[in-house]
Write a new protein. Structure first.
Lengths: 185, 247
């Protein structure tokens, strides 16, 4: 039972010592990070990539973290009894079990990505949809402002639809996604 | 169907289990003290007792999931130090992996030809045609059959059953009893069934041991004809009464 014991032990031990940066705090930090990153990287693409990476990292990280923790210890015990090694345990039991939660993180992260990109493009940019919209605002070209908003809305919706399609595909085992297949017999 | 129709692995057979002067305590609590039992190869042993009587502890010791505080637990003459590869467990819950299909659950340990072996074993437990279903669409009895197939696919020589039918309805339970009896007769592995159901113990086992306060309160042989008809035999009722008095 050493395998499962050390697995549970390490996960709870890790959780009590170090908590992931809370969502509220990372939101608070967002605007500050934009100023800071334009100080560090100037107004070119590096700054935007840096910002977006930081922005999407936390939702996915937090959701992976809390997706792995509630995995049924009985399943982990079963896996050790049936001789699964650590690699098989992680790829066949732990990661697929955390996947629903990871995908929630991914959806949230994609929404947050567009938000960060818009803010980054309005503050420190020389091109982009956000830059175009801000420029149009200066000259009171409301049609272009509206176009910018619609383009962003469509991109956001597209990202959401794409993630949901991925969810339906990889979570086909989940009872919540089996409504169309007759469910429990 | 006759016994000849079923898939029987070549290495079928059982291993003897032996516990000598075994003690197991959790802190100050002594669960088993000076416990001795010999289970010959191929025997079907049922262990009956109240909750907290040390039944599950006994099973975990044999499985190698826990170590004895002192004494010797051996399988086939060898001391048990960790999980033995030819010992398989059936838990009270089926413990199927929800994101793996039925056939992948049965072949959880993979290995050579795992798909073919898993399909054969599933047919053996009466689940032909359900190989590619998700566990969530199966009924409780079907899930427990998948768990049984998962335990049997590696051709174990010892099968440990920890109240595996406790959560099933009465009719499904009788069905599972017949299935288990048939497979055990075909393959001849040593079986230890932990249960609190005296009728179940008498219906299945060669020998019933009653555990009370960590010691054997009764050890009797059940010499009824097989396959057994539940509740039909007056001798079975006598045996049940005798066991109930000891519990």
């Amino acid at each position: 039972m050493a395998g499962s014991a050390s697995w549970r032990g390490s996960s709870t031990g890790y959780g009590s010592r170090q908590r992931p940066c809370s969502t509220a705090r990372s939101r608070w930090c967002a605007t500050f990070r934009i100023w800071r990153s334009s100080l560090w990287f100037g107004i070119d693409e590096t700054a935007k990539i840096f910002l977006v990476s930081i922005g999407v990292f936390f939702p996915i990280y937090i959701n992976t973290f809390y997706g792995v923790r509630p995995i049924d210890p009985q399943l982990v015990e079963m896996a050790s009894v049936y001789g699964l090694d650590r690699k098989a345990l992680i790829t066949r039991i732990i990661l697929p079990g955390a996947l629903p939660s990871i995908l929630v993180g991914l959806r949230y992260a994609l929404g947050f990505m567009w938000l960060t990109l818009i803010v980054a493009e309005t503050i420190s940019a020389t091109s982009g949809i956000g830059y175009m919209t801000m420029n149009a605002r200066e000259f009171l070209q409301t049609d272009i402002v509206l176009l910018g908003i619609i383009v962003y809305a469509l991109l956001g919706k597209l990202a959401d639809v794409a993630t949901r399609a991925v969810e339906r595909r990889v979570l086909v085992w989940h009872p919540a996604y089996q409504a169309g297949q007759g469910g429990k017999q | 169907m006759s016994a000849a129709d079923f898939y029987v692995p070549e290495s079928a057979g059982g291993l003897p289990i032996s516990l000598a002067r075994v003690e197991k305590s959790f802190g100050a609590l002594n669960v088993l003290s000076n416990f001795n039992i010999e289970v010959p190869a191929g025997q079907f042993l049922a262990v009956v007792g109240r909750s907290g009587g040390g039944k599950s502890t006994l099973m975990r010791l044999i499985a190698g999931l826990d170590a004895a505080s002192s004494g010797r637990v051996s399988i086939g003459g060898r001391k048990v130090e960790r999980l033995h590869p030819s010992v398989r467990l059936l838990f009270q819950e089926a413990r199927l992996v929800p994101w793996q299909r039925v056939v992948e659950n049965v072949g959880i340990a993979r290995g050579a030809n795992w798909q073919e072996k898993a399909r054969n074993t599933l047919a053996d437990v009466g689940l032909e045609g359900r190989e590619d279903d998700w566990p969530s669409v199966l009924s409780g009895g079907q899930r427990q059959r998948v768990a049984l197939a998962r335990a049997l696919v590696s051709e174990p020589q010892i099968l440990l059953l920890d109240e595996p039918f406790g959560a099933l309805d009465a009719l499904t339970r009788i069905e599972m009893h017949r299935l288990l009896e048939r497979i055990w007769t075909d393959r001849g592995f040593t079986t230890v069934l932990i249960t609190h159901d005296v009728a179940e113990a008498v219906a299945l086992a060669d020998r019933v041991v009653v555990l009370r306060d960590g010691a054997i309160a009764l050890d009797i042989d059940i010499n009824l004809d097989r396959p057994r008809q539940e509740l039909a035999d007056p001798r079975a009722v006598d045996l049940q009464r005798q066991i109930l008095d000891a519990v």
